[in-house]
Design a protein around this ligand. Structure first.
Ligand SMILES: C[S@@+](CC[C@H](N)C(=O)[O-])C[C@H]1O[C@@H](n2cnc3c(N)ncnc32)[C@H](O)[C@@H]1O
Length: 170
């Protein structure tokens, strides 16, 4: 059974918890960003190189104060519009393998993360054949995260799936 969106979202909630601000890299249609604004952070920002889904919303929450969900057109390899140490957490789902220079993107993710902030990545792994795309192995991602300067790197292949979850800290 493929790793479902619900499983990925539950894993993000368990890993990131409740924070003030979160960035989603390669945010696509902005759906995860709206979820993050509901369940994870007061402010959720998504960036995607494909800007046609640019979007800004106030998301009602059970706490009464609406949270901000915002998706912007931006290249993960150069997020100069975002200042250093801007976010408590950075997440990215199904996107790392699509970014032309993933090493540059990981360096940028680390730059915009606060010291001690958490990075969460979910992506397909080598061997997935549903789409004609190239994927990394968990070993590749582990090495790239360390090379980008992350600490407490943990990359787990999901048993029986061509899929991985990776976490790391700045
Ligand atoms: C397979 S989609 C995943 C979308 C969403 N995160 C999800 O889980 O459904 C990969 C996304 O990565 C984006 N992407 C590819 N290269 C990028 C880059 N250099 N910077 C930012 N986003 C990029 C694509 O535009 C696309 O929306």
């Amino acid at each position: 059974m493929p790793v479902e969106q619900e499983q990925i979202r539950a894993k993000i909630v368990a890993t990131v918890g409740r924070v003030d601000s979160v960035l989603d890299v390669g945010s696509g249609n902005c759906d995860l960003v709206r979820f993050l604004a509901r369940e994870v952070a007061r402010e959720a920002v998504g960036i995607d190189i494909n800007g046609h889904t640019a979007h800004e919303d106030l998301v009602p929450t059970s706490e009464g104060h609406p949270h901000t969900a915002r998706c912007l057109e931006m290249d993960a390899r150069d997020m100069a519009q975002l200042v250093d140490e801007r976010f408590d957490a950075v997440v990215s789902t199904h996107a790392l393998h699509e970014i032309a220079d993933p090493r540059a993107a990981l360096r940028e993710m680390r730059r915009v993360l606060k010291t001690d902030g958490i990075l969460f990545i979910a992506d397909f792994t080598e061997g997935e054949t549903r789409w004609d795309e190239n994927y990394f192995t968990p070993t590749d991602v582990d090495a790239m995260l360390r090379e980008a300067g992350f600490e407490d790197v943990d990359v787990q292949q999901v048993a029986g799936e061509h899929f991985m979850f990776a976490t790391a800290r700045k």
